[in-house]
Design a protein around this ligand. Structure first.
Ligand code: GLN
Length: 547
């Protein structure tokens, strides 16, 4: 049976609970333990798949095709453990399960209540895969005191109570603000937050206190005294230059030791931290820099492209160079020439996206990259736009476009070079879709195999001809344009194993122009950068040498 670490937050949101959990997972791995991280979100959406990136940031897709919270991306990037559909759950999912059981008559006529029915459902979810790992780290979204989170807090309280002693601990994150006028750090918000937590029956074993200023020993003692936590278990969490410094930084202030002490694991196995030392070394000793323009739609909110930004950083680490990524609103290029904006960059990335807004600008960015021979990486919609650009400007199909935009507008305006995918193969099954299907969970989602053309640029980059990458799309480049486009130099260098779905295109007569239907950023890690991102950054460095 696994040991459980429940991670909660208080005072304010955005304290970095997800990152702290991920860093703790990495440290437990460094001590030789196996881990799995899980996120319990109190909102009522069944999953974040239907939420706007402005609401929720990026939707992180797992191998098994779940659309999950972006914190799962942090978990994977720090631990390398592939998240599963069962590692992310919301109130909406829990209530849906409970209500489906009620309709089926599973509760045998009982009155269905939050306690015990909803809390039991949560507890069952928490315990999925209980016998597979040494530690299960469960993060509760939101902050203590949120009305909608109460069933989750109650469920973890019961869970710990029902397990053997020393099998579950609670870790709580708070903020220790600095009041400039008084010149002092304030511990009161932390005290109140812990009081709130204790009032619902949860006593924290470890407190992580986020602060912008060093917390002196005296204040640490005060927090320990007032919050009924041992002094060594009050762990300061300071802002860092790079998130990848978090494992070493938390180790330095004793987080993993405090957690193992709370479980009474003694003697604690010695940590093997060379992976994180190497990561730190690569961050701190980068030579040179490259500038990458990300031409996208959700540019105001960096979290919308979280994994892309991280994968670019990893690509930089692979090449020991610093990547400066800047967001440019694609809509600008619908009115203005992209050249003055894009000339200052070593590479252009067009990420995924939904809807027509900004797409004409992305097409112009792709054209600029192709004509000027600037490295271009098109991801999902970014690949589709590159193909539309090729169809318009090299095949002369002037109204080439995507059915997605016609569906949105409710009228037919484009020749669909990118069409609505209604049937595809997943393993031994045929998946079918209709235009009228629900929006939630109906895309081509999760890991699919692609077969790469021997001798192509991508086959060289991956070093093999069969890869697995994660997908999240409803529309697909039409294979019927392959021969015509290949004759113009746009090679279809990756296909689904049945040869029907274009997965990768690349311009042969170009130093580096690759479009991929999948999301390589989702599998990138600082210690194992995604091959496409590592090589994209390398190609960008070549451009610098030419300048
Ligand atoms: N909107 C496009 C589709 O559904 C692209 C999706 C994406 O970029 N993730 O096919």
């Amino acid at each position: 049976m696994a040991r459980y670490i429940f991670i909660t937050g208080g005072v304010v949101s955005s304290l970095g609970k997800g990152l702290t959990s991920a860093a703790l997972g990495a440290l437990l791995q460094a001590r030789g333990f196996t881990v799995r991280l899980r996120k319990l979100d109190p909102y009522l959406n069944v999953d974040p798949g239907t939420m706007s990136p402005f609401e929720h940031g990026e939707v992180f897709v797992t191998d098994d095709g779940a659309e999950t919270d972006l914190d799962l991306g942090h978990y994977e990037r720090f631990t390398g453990v592939a998240a599963r559909a069962t590692d992310s759950v919301s109130s909406g999912r829990i209530y849906t399960n409970v209500l489906e059981k009620e309709r089926r008559g599973d509760y045998l006529g009982k009155t269905i209540q939050v306690i015990p029915h909803v809390t039991n459902e949560i507890k069952d979810w928490i315990a999925i895969g209980d016998d597979e790992v040494d530690f299960m780290l469960c993060e509760i979204g939101g902050t203590v005191g949120d009305i909608e989170a109460l069933p989750f807090f109650e469920a973890i309280r019961q869970f710990a109570q029902e397990r053997e002693r020393d099998q579950c601990i609670f870790m709580h994150l708070t903020l220790v603000p600095y009041v400039t006028a008084a010149g002092e750090l304030k511990t009161k918000p932390t005290q109140h937050s812990v009081k709130e937590l204790r009032s619902i029956g949860i006593a924290p074993d470890v407190l992580v206190t986020r602060a912008e200023h060093p917390i002196p020993d005296k204040e640490r003692e005060k927090i320990a005294l007032f919050c009924n936590v041992r002094k060594e278990a009050v762990i300061p969490g300071y802002d860092l230059k790079s998130i990848y410094e978090a494992p070493m930084a938390y180790h330095g202030v004793g987080l993993d030791q405090a957690v193992l002490d709370a479980f009474r694991i003694s003697p604690a196995p010695k940590p093997e931290l060379s992976r994180w030392q190497d990561v730190e070394d690569r961050i701190n000793h980068a030579e040179g820099e490259v500038r990458v323009a990300i031409v996208g739609k959700y540019v105001q909110l960096e979290d919308a492209y979280k994994s892309i930004k991280e994968a670019l950083t990893h690509g930089g680490m692979a090449n020991r160079t610093k990547v400066i990524s800047e967001w440019i609103d694609a809509e600008i290029f619908e009115k203005e020439d992209p050249a003055p904006y894009l000339e200052g960059y070593h590479a252009i990335l067009v990420p995924g996206g939904f809807g027509e807004r900004g797409t004409e600008g992305k097409i112009r960015a792709a054209q600029f990259a192709r004509e000027r021979k600037i490295p271009y990486l098109g991801i999902c919609l970014g690949m589709q736009m590159a193909v539309i650009e090729a169809a318009r400007n090299t095949l002369g199909i002037t109204n080439a476009g995507s059915e997605e935009f016609d569906h949105e507008a409710g009228e037919k305006r484009f020749t669909p070079v990118v069409y609505h995918l209604k049937e595809w193969v997943q393993g031994n099954y045929k998946v079918k879709r209709k235009v009228s299907d629900d929006k939630g969970g109906t895309m081509r989602l999760g890991a699919y195999t692609a077969t790469l053309k021997p001798g192509s640029k991508v086959a060289g980059i991956y070093g093999k001809t069969e890869i697995e990458e994660r997908h999240r799309h409803r529309y697909e480049v039409d294979i019927k344009y392959r021969d015509e486009l290949e004759a113009k130099g746009l090679t279809f260098s990756g296909l689904s194993p049945d040869g029907r779905l274009p997965e990768i295109v690349e311009w042969t007569d170009h130093p580096w122009f690759i479009g991929v239907q999948f999301h390589p950023e989702l599998k990138s890690k600082p210690f194992a950068p995604a091959p496409l991102f590592a090589d994209f950054v390398r190609a960008a460095m070549e451009v610098e040498r030419l300048v």
